[in-house]
Design a protein around this ligand. Structure first.
Ligand code: SOE
Length: 386
């Protein structure tokens, strides 16, 4: 008889919606999972808004006090989708309550908080995971397999990645929490650079040292009451100070000798949610573009010179490509929301077996070490060891 996992989800906006869809779909599309999930409680501060989310996202109960959810003995899993300043407090309390924990990225606002979270889950011996959903894109999983199979050779020369969005290029976009250091910890850096750092750690290896720069293009923005009006609405014309980075660029060295070159920005008009990476090895290259997420491009240096070029792999084979078999026949592509279903399917398996899968909180801490090192480098204009 499969176990039942009752989920308590803290946070109900964008990530709450993506996670709710994944919790609802996971047993339907991964029928072999060793546990059935129940969307038990959704939690948020605004009673009216969280009740509306409960109804639309399919949860049994709505709650405004996260502590009540964490202390509820009938809840087995805590899924944290709140702003970054609450991740540590909620996760540490959930670990003490013996809950398995899925936490949105970035794990915390820096190494200090992340270290406490890792200590808490290790002491409590609870299954833990950070929701770096892009690892579980089938094309990214294929890239990992090809690198491990030696298709790029033993030596990787470059990991080059960019994460570009445009949603803050409008200077009138209000001062939301992602622009406030005390809540977010950092701006573009912890928000989306964290994702391409995680992909670099997953696909290439650990970073040894970094050298970076940061820029804040728009120093002040209109104030607004979070949750009282759509972001375009502005409250009383007052402005507040932006206290985080708008863009970050950095280079680094991996421990295995590969060179890193990463850039993240939320000021790139025309780029909605554009993640690209290219990995160059001694025997060839891989290229991925999230705007075309079901393809992986592969260049094999050993092909005959007159006909070699980037081959275009459509990553939709039901047997050869991870996760695809749970969806549609070849060529019927999948999307952003499926990456959360894949992540949560692996998390459910981990909880049922009592053994965490990557990326764990330890991975989240290693990510924070890179984030903090880049931030220190940008401040000191020096190379910094991770
Ligand atoms: C905002 O930049 C954001 O929602 C990130 O916080 C997510 O992690 C990313 O997947 C999409 O963009």
């Amino acid at each position: 008889m499969p176990k039942t996992l009752r989920i308590g989800m803290i946070g109900y906006k964008f990530m709450g919606k993506a996670h709710s869809n994944a919790w609802r779909q996971v047993n339907r599309f991964f029928p072999d999972l060793p546990a059935q999930v129940e969307l038990d409680t959704i939690c948020g501060r605004n009673e009216k808004a969280v009740e509306a989310a409960r109804k639309s996202l399919g949860w049994k109960r709505a709650e405004t006090d996260w502590r009540a959810v964490v202390d509820d003995p009938s809840i087995n899993v805590i899924d944290i989708n709140t702003p970054n300043d609450t991740h540590a407090e909620i996760a540490i309390a959930a670990a003490k309550s013996g809950k398995a924990i899925l936490c949105e990225k970035p794990l915390a606002r820096g190494v200090g908080e992340a270290s406490k979270m890792v200590a808490a889950v290790k002491t409590a011996k609870v299954v833990n995971m950070v929701c770096h959903n892009y690892r579980r894109i089938p094309a990214v999983a294929l890239a990992k397999r090809m690198i491990e199979d030696g298709e790029l050779g033993d030596r990787i020369y470059h990991y080059r990645a960019r994460y570009a969005q445009e949603w803050l290029a409008n200077p009138e976009f209000p001062l939301v929490w992602r622009l406030q250091k005390k809540i977010a910890g950092s701006g573009t850096h912890g928000d989306i650079d964290a994702h391409i750092i995680d992909l670099g750690r997953y696909l290439v290896g650990e970073l040894k040292e970094v050298c970076g720069m940061m820029e804040t293009f728009t120093k002040t923005r209109p104030l607004w009451e979070e949750g009282t009006a759509p972001p375009s609405a502005q409250k009383n014309g007052k402005k507040g100070k932006v206290t985080v980075d708008d863009a970050v660029s950095w280079v680094g060295r991996f421990k295995n000798g590969a060179v890193a070159n990463l850039e993240a920005t939320r000021f790139a008009w025309g780029r909605k949610n554009n993640i690209t990476f290219e990995i160059n090895g001694e025997k060839g290259s891989l290229f991925f573009d999230f705007e075309d997420m079901n393809r992986l491009k592969y260049f094999r240096a050993e092909d005959a010179q007159h006909r070699r070029g980037f081959t275009d792999i459509i990553v939709t084979d039901r047997v050869e490509h991870e996760y695809v078999g749970n969806w549609w026949p070849p060529g019927h592509i999948i999307g952003y929301e499926h990456t959360f279903v894949h992540t949560i399917a692996d998390f459910v398996r981990a909880v049922a077996k009592g053994k965490s899968v990557h990326p764990t909180f330890e991975d989240g801490l290693k990510n924070e070490r890179v984030l903090d090192a880049v931030e220190e480098s940008a401040k000191t204009r020096q190379w910094v060891k991770v």
